[in-house]
Design a protein around this ligand. Sequence first.
Ligand SMILES: Cc1cc2nc3c(=O)[nH]c(=O)nc-3n(C[C@H](O)[C@H](O)[C@H](O)COP(=O)(O)OP(=O)(O)OC[C@H]3O[C@@H](n4cnc5c(N)ncnc54)[C@H](O)[C@@H]3O)c2cc1C
Length: 384
Amino acid sequence: MKKYDFIIAGGGMAGLSLAYYMTRSSLRDRSILILDREQKNRNDRTWCFWENGAGPFESIMFRKWNTVNFHGTTHSGPLDLGTYEYKMLRGIDFYAFVQKELDKWPNIERRQATINRIKDTPQGGFVIADDEPYIADYVFDSTLTLRTDQPENHNLLQHFKGWVIKTERPCFDPKQPEIMDFRVEQHGDCRFVYVMPFDAQTALVEFTLFNDKLMTDAEYDADITRYLEQYLDTGTYQIDETEYGIIPMSDTHTEENPSEHIVRIGTSGGHTKASTGYTFQRTQRYLRAIVENMAATGVPNRNPPWFNKRFKLYDSIFLNVLQKRRHSAADVFTRFYAENHPVKAFRFLDEDTRFFDEIRLFTTMPWWPFTAAFFDVIRRKLIG
Ligand SMILES: Cc1cc2nc3c(=O)[nH]c(=O)nc-3n(C[C@H](O)[C@H](O)[C@H](O)COP(=O)(O)OP(=O)(O)OC[C@H]3O[C@@H](n4cnc5c(N)ncnc54)[C@H](O)[C@@H]3O)c2cc1C
C-alpha cells in the first residue's frame, strides 16, 4: 500500500484550503491524497466574513462592501467598518478556484469516495474509504460530526434558510448589506435576517435563528416571505437558489490533535467561533498556522498562547446568556455593535483584542445577565 505524506479527509472548505496553503509552502512537493464523497461542483453555500486588506482568495470574492447595515433595538443604520471590508465568497467559486490550482500539482490526488473509518496506528494515520485502505504520516480530518450531548456544555444551533431572489422592482441597496436585522418576531430567541445584495434587484435573503430547535422548511419559508412583505418593496419575485445550513454553536471541547497522526480541521477541529458560528476566516488562520508549523518543525501542532483561552470562557458566557434566555439577544447584539466601535467588535470576535479592550467592551453589556451567566458557567465546569 502506498504511504502518502498527508491524507486530507474531506475536501470541503477546510480540506481544500489546507491543500492550497501547502502548495504555497515548502510542503508543496509532498504526496497528498484528498478524499471526499462529493465532487464539490455545486454552489452549496456562501461564506460571508470581514477582513482587513486583501486575503488569499481575493481574486474570487463575489462581493465586497465597505459598510454594513444593522437593525437592532436602539440602533438602526450603518456601521463604520474602518479599514475592514465585509466580503462574500460563493462556494462554487472557491471549489473551482482551489481545485484548478491543485490540478497543477501531480503530487496531489483527489478521489471521490466515502470515508468509513479513520484510525491512528503506530505506522501512521489510517483511512478506509469505499472499502479501500489508505495510510499517511498525517491525516487531516474535517469529516467528524461533533458530539453535543454533554450537559456541562452549551449546545445551540445556528440554523438558517436563505433564498437568492430576483425582484421585479429595485429594492436592495447594492452598496450596503444588512448583517443583522432584528425587526422580526423574536419568540424569546435570537432571530434575525441577513440581506446580501448582489445588485438592486438580486439578493440573498436569509432567515437565521440561534436556538436548539430546528424548524420545518415551510416555517423558514413563511418567515422569509413575511420579512419580504413587511420590509422590502419587491413587487413580484422569483427564487433562483436556496441555501440551508446548521452550524454548531457549542463550547464542547474539541481536540484538534486527538492522536499522534490525526489532526482535525474546520468545524470538526473546533474552528467555528462558538458564539457567532463564523468559521471561514478562523479556519484559514488556523490552517496557515498548521502549515507554518509543519514546514518549520515537521509536526502540525498549533499551540495558541494559554492566555487566549479566555476567549473560550467569553464564548461560554455568551452562549449561557442565549441558552438561558437571560436577556434579549437583539439588545445584546445592539449594545455590542452600536456601543463599541465595530472595528473593536470585529477584533474582539477575531480574538485579537487586549484584555483592557475586552473589559471596556464588557461594560457595555447588561451586567446582571452576564454576571449570572459567568457564575453558572463556572458552576457547570466545576460540578457538571
Ligand atoms: C449553508 C452554510 C452557510 C455558511 N455560511 C457561513 C458564513 O457565511 N461564514 C462563515 O464563517 N461560516 C459559514 N458557514 C460555516 C462554515 O464556514 C462552513 O460549514 C464550512 O464549509 C466548514 O468547513 P469544513 O471544511 O469544516 O466543512 P465542509 O466544508 O462541510 O467540508 C467537509 C467535507 O467533508 C466531506 N465529508 C463529510 N463526511 C464524509 C465522509 N464520510 N466521506 C467522505 N467525505 C465526507 C463533505 O462532503 C465535505 O465536503 C456556513 C455553513 C453552511 C452549511
